[in-house]
Design a protein around this ligand. Sequence first.
Ligand SMILES: Nc1ncnc2c1ncn2[C@@H]1O[C@H](COP(=O)(O)OP(=O)(O)OP(=O)(O)O)[C@@H](O)[C@H]1O
Length: 583
Amino acid sequence: MKELRYLNKYFYKYRGRLLLGLLITMIATVFRIVVPAKIGDSTDAMVMYLNDEISRDMLKSRLQYNILMLLGAALASGFFTFLMRQTIIVVSRFFEYDMKNEVFRHYERLSLSFYKRNRTGDLMNRISEDVSKVRMYVGPALMYSTTTLTLFVVALSYMFYTAPSLTLYAVLPLPVLSICIYRLSLAIHKRSTIVQEYLSKLTTFSQESFSGISVIKAYGIEPRTLTNFNELADTSKQKNIDLAKVQALFFPLMILLIGASNLLVVHIGGKQYIDGLIDFGTIVEFLIYVNMLTWPVAIVGWVSSIIQQAEASQKRINEFLKEEPEIVNHASSQSDIRGVLEFNNVSFRYPDTGIQALKNVSFKVQPGETLAIVGHTGSGKSTILELIGRLYDIDSGNYQVDHKPVKDIHLNSLRKAVGYVPQDAYLFSESIKDNIRFGKEDASDQEIEQAAKDASVHKNIVGFKEGYNTVLGERGITLSGGQKQRVSIARAIVHDPQILLLDDCLSAVDTETEEEILRNLQRIGTDKTTIIVSHRVSSAKSADKIIVLEKGQVVQEGTHTELIGKDGYYKELYHKQLSEKEM
Ligand SMILES: Nc1ncnc2c1ncn2[C@@H]1O[C@H](COP(=O)(O)OP(=O)(O)OP(=O)(O)O)[C@@H](O)[C@H]1O
């Protein structure tokens, strides 16, 4: 229960509703107990009438009274059961809602490296499956435990009062039932966890197969994919059968033990009736009580397995909640950022893989200037952009923004000042307009259109039937690689950032469009700091400065004219791309 202590703050928050819920649960249960008593009394009355101990009219009025009591108790119990669910189960939904929000908020705070270490499926599982299991502990487990406890206290006291020794015999099989159900629930839990694992493997396999269906079809590997799916589905089926076998034991076990209790009540109760120790109605009453108590006793086993599962789930949730973001804000107040960026001997190694991505990198860019970074693939270009936006912290050296160490700049100010266009443009399954508006929540339609014009994608957008309202992604149309890149650039432009970072995001557009976009960016970015990562000389040539990276180190720097005059990677790239253009 150590992990579940985390929930105490929520229990405290909803204490009023919960206490009310518990009280209502007790009232609902007490009304249920009226039923056996009145049926027992009616049986006694009938036996007395048959023995000529009471008149027909007396029997009639006693039965009428009992029927009214039974009706009233059933109505009251029904009403309070409704209220019980409306309080306790509703509170458990509040818990679920609060916890999901808390986990999501926490996920958002965590650094990029956390997402590299953990699989998306696992993150999703903890926020949905695990939180649901914890809800079962707060809602149904609490509700059924209260019902059981109340039923036990009230029914057993009454039974003991009526016939003490018969009560002992009647409840004798119940602890055995509870232990058996507990052990069975554990076995069910163990096997259902395995079934869940296979289900999640099947889902992941299907999802990846359908997402990559074009590759599967292009390589003609449908039969191989089907065989793999069949193998997985077959194991999953076997695990389901294993689960069904233990689940099938549940009801027979209950029926067996209820049968044993009934047998004892009839046998011992019958003897006591013959000896004149109890009334006939007491046997009937006890039979109803035994059946009434069986389900709650079985529930004790079920509830303990719910608590165990909730404890395991809460442990998994707590593991993530305990994670602290590696990138933390040290500055107390936000400030406007001009965009003077300076790297001095910056080195960086990715913490998860240990890859040394940058070694002693130095450069300086001023507002109004454009820096281009070129270099072989894997040379560390994107890493520089990630460090500029403080998605990671540098290992050594010095990174300054506006002449201050980056850690002295408020993280929000820095992130707001940066407009980042990543290598793989990510667009949401929403309209084009909303995808661009992502860069500025309150952007007007005119601003969005202007940004799209500056990113040279306006003409494409108005060519779609729905224009800016065209929905993208799984529910909508698929944009070409170049169109995606330009919508992503428009999103950064509408954000109007002081520092614009373009990570090879013009690779899928033709050189004419590339030139048009670069011209627009120069026009709107006269006071901004722009950094362009590219494999193309055409993107870099008009930059104020160009640095060439090789294995994480700056090996050349200068302007386009200076660099094509020196032997090295840039000159080679220039001539290679020039001859390709001429061809
Ligand atoms: N998130 C990451 N975790 C671990 N290692 C990484 C990560 N991102 C990049 N790397 C490694 O760091 C090195 C530099 O990668 P980076 O993406 O900066 O290169 P790049 O020059 O931008 O390459 P490209 O031109 O192909 O985009 C590579 O060896 C890469 O494998």
